[in-house]
Design a binder for this molecule. Structure first.
Ligand code: BTN
Length: 332
């Protein structure tokens, strides 16, 4: 389905998103089209993996209510006294990857720093280590934020861990979800991944650079979307035991991010180290860390140092392991 096809379905989706039964006549009148055209559009929703049941003599019903993202609702929910690094919020009906789109716009001078890009659906989303991060229509949170750093790449050290703190604390404080962090920046609940972070940059080593902060959170996953995920996962709805508003979650995340980035500019990761360690799910546990060349180190996880490197206590020495192609598993 093209971006335009997807965008064309939004007016219909807005009308039926509440999960109620809506008559074809009513929908046709509201959309200014024929009943046959409504029927055609309803059928098209299947391409977005949305199931609509035709109810005889009554109308159409979406199988589960859907909360569409609304930039104005998100902006209104932001605290008034917030530092304002993100003045613009844009929602795309569908996108390959919010990160790639934003990076591309930044490169071509088509995006000002401070743009937040959200998407209802992500078809070629990118995760760490070349993984895919797909997101079915209207169910999850895929957010990319464009930030500009004048001082170059070294000042970014630990930023992805800081964003992890923001996400975990947002889920905890806003929704009562027992989120923790798995080094470097997986957000997990009881050993199951609920979200991830991918930071990408464009610019000179010495600065200034454009920084795209990508955050993906499972909010209300569908069974179809979970096929192919090769690790234990969960979503916010399951963990909060109630539905989670994606507009509310977006606003809380953006607010948390704005405050954290302001602080990060002043303190670097050092100022977040303690917070990160409090959320660390492996703290004090026996772990093995494997690198790219199938080398592996065993020891006890001792949190992170002031640069965000993982501290691994092997009994003989404490090794500081920097972010990279390293995986961490609890030893069996
Ligand atoms: C991970 O593998 O843990 C990182 C996942 C990051 C996914 C997010 S979703 C929004 C943004 N756009 C992308 O293409 N990726 C990131």
């Amino acid at each position: 389905m093209t971006d335009d096809d997807c965008a064309a379905l939004l007016p219909l989706l807005n009308l039926i998103a509440d999960g109620g039964v809506h008559s074809g006549v009513h929908l046709a009148r509201r959309l200014g089209v024929s009943r046959a055209a409504v029927c055609k559009r309803v059928k098209k929703l299947a391409d977005l993996e949305l199931r609509v049941t035709p109810i005889r003599a009554r109308g159409y019903q979406l199988d589960r209510p859907l909360e569409l993202l609304v930039p104005a609702r998100i902006s209104e929910a932001l605290p008034a006294n917030l530092p304002k690094p993100f003045p613009t919020i844009e929602v795309l009906p569908t996108v390959g990857s919010t990160n790639s789109d934003l990076l591309q716009r930044a490169r071509s001078g088509q995006a000002a720093p401070g743009l937040i890009l959200l998407a209802e659906r992500q078809t070629a989303g990118r995760g760490r280590r070349g993984r895919l991060w797909l997101s079915p229509f209207g169910r999850n949170l895929t957010l990319s934020a464009l930030w500009r750093l004048e001082s170059g790449l070294p000042a970014l050290e630990g930023l992805s861990l800081v964003v992890g703190v923001v996400v975990a604390e947002t889920l905890r404080a806003g929704f009562g979800i027992a989120a923790g962090l798995k080094w470097p920046n997986d957000i997990v609940v009881n050993g199951r991944k609920i979200g991830g972070i991918l930071i990408e940059v464009d610019g000179d080593l010495a600065g200034p650079i454009s920084v795209v902060i990508g955050i993906g959170i499972n909010v209300d996953m569908t069974d179809a979307a979970t096929q192919g995920i090769d690790q234990a996962w969960t979503d916010a709805r399951t963990e909060a035991r109630t539905s989670v508003s994606r507009n509310d979650l977006s606003a809380r995340l953006i607010a948390g991010l704005a405050l954290a980035l302001e602080r990060f500019s002043l303190t670097g990761f050092k100022g977040f180290r303690e917070q990160w360690c409090l959320l660390d799910v492996f703290q004090g546990l026996p772990v093995s860390v494997s690198g790219p060349a199938s080398s592996s180190l065993e020891g006890t996880a001792r949190g992170v140092d002031k640069t965000g490197a993982l501290l691994l206590d092997t009994g003989e020495a404490v090794h500081a392991i920097s972010a990279g192609d390293v995986t961490l598993r609890i030893r069996r």
